[in-house]
Design a protein around this ligand. Structure first.
Ligand SMILES: Nc1ncnc2c1ncn2[C@@H]1O[C@H](COP(=O)(O)OP(=O)(O)OP(=O)(O)O)[C@@H](O)[C@H]1O
Length: 308
């Protein structure tokens, strides 16, 4: 199946001369949840804004369901929904009017039943007649989402949907994303929260300094780049790693009380059996053994750090 969003060799030079995107290519499959991770200024918002037709690209091409986002802007904006980081909402408008208006703006017929369903789902129904200026930050965030959902987009972009929201709202957002996915909506979200990507994404893209460093299935990424660490606590401390164990990648830990062994999870053989046998041969007595797996955070820091 052709990807629902195809980004080809996208570049963006801002008027300041700054190059925010340096030839980004990315295919997004229908129905998937893709998380774009990247530090501040990586180019995430620029990329999303181009796909959504808000910023014009300097080079390259983006198609949504086969339509060019520049030439076929009218068609593509019917398909795409965007929840921006922030938007100046009309302070004197009510919640339900704002959301219903948004549907109209995207050329859809009024559908009060749908608007009610969306407001209820986002716990905004009892605030439907409240003016936006009386809403808390979290509630305004919900309104931004309701506005995007009002026109039933097939592809939804969420730009840092949970930045600065409390834990309860964050969990609610994640559940909402799951429910939307179940209805077939394709979701692309940018986030600084690695936990968020780990929790809800099918695929993860890492973007830094205007370039995509990788895009990978989440599970495969963890497997490919993940490292594991085995820590062996010793009954008696050592002052150095014994010569006979120099063939293993070992470090002394905890003031000589433990030996720390790094191994790749992708490797066919971990070498643990051999290590433990060699330790027994050396007469080293073990007190305890534990393993730790690197998280997506470790992988991310390593990738982005390596670029610096
Ligand atoms: N209109 C503009 N004119 C000039 N430079 C800009 C403009 N918009 C963004 N930039 C620059 O482009 C770079 C990428 O910005 P962008 O907002 O796309 O990053 P981001 O990955 O979304 O970051 P953040 O996580 O902080 O939102 C930044 O260095 C930013 O300063």
């Amino acid at each position: 199946m052709a990807p629902i969003v195809r980004i080809e060799n996208l570049t963006k030079h801002y008027a300041t001369g700054f190059q925010a995107l340096k030839g980004v290519s990315l295919d997004i499959e229908e129905g998937e949840i893709l998380a774009l991770l990247g530090p501040n200024g990586a180019g995430k918002t620029t990329m999303i804004s181009i796909v959504c037709g808000i910023v014009t690209p300097s080079g390259g091409r983006v198609t949504v369901a086969g339509h060019d986002v520049v030439k076929d802007f009218r068609r593509t904006r019917e398909i795409i929904g965007l929840v921006p980081q922030e938007l100046t909402l009309d302070a004197f408008e009510t919640v339900s009017n704002t959301v219903a208006f948004s549907r109209g703006l995207h050329g859809k017929k009024p559908d009060p039943a749908l608007i009610e369903q969306i407001l209820r789902e986002l716990s905004l129904w009892d605030k439907k007649d409240t003016m936006l200026r009386h809403l808390s930050g979290g509630m305004r965030r919900r309104v931004l989402i309701a506005k995007a959902l009002s026109y039933e987009p097939k592809v939804l972009f969420l730009d840092e949907p949970t930045a600065g929201v409390d834990v309860t709202l964050r969990k609610e957002m994640w559940q909402l994303v799951e429910r939307l996915r179940a209805t077939g909506v394709t979701i692309i979200l940018t986030t600084h929260y690695i936990e968020e990507a780990e929790e809800i994404a099918d695929r993860i893209g890492v973007i830094n300094k205007g370039e995509i460093l990788l895009v990978e299935d989440k599970a495969a990424l963890m497997k490919k780049l993940g490292r594991k660490q085995l820590t062996v606590e010793l009954a008696e401390p050592l002052s150095a790693v014994p010569e006979a164990l120099s063939g293993f990648r070992l470090q002394l830990g905890n003031g000589g009380q433990s030996l720390v062994y790094d191994y790749d999870t992708a490797g066919e053989r971990t070498g643990i059996t051999g290590l433990l046998a060699a330790m027994a041969e050396q007469g080293l007595r073990l007190k305890d053994v534990s393993t730790e797996q690197s998280s997506l955070e470790d992988i991310f820091v390593e990738l982005v750090g390596a670029e610096k």
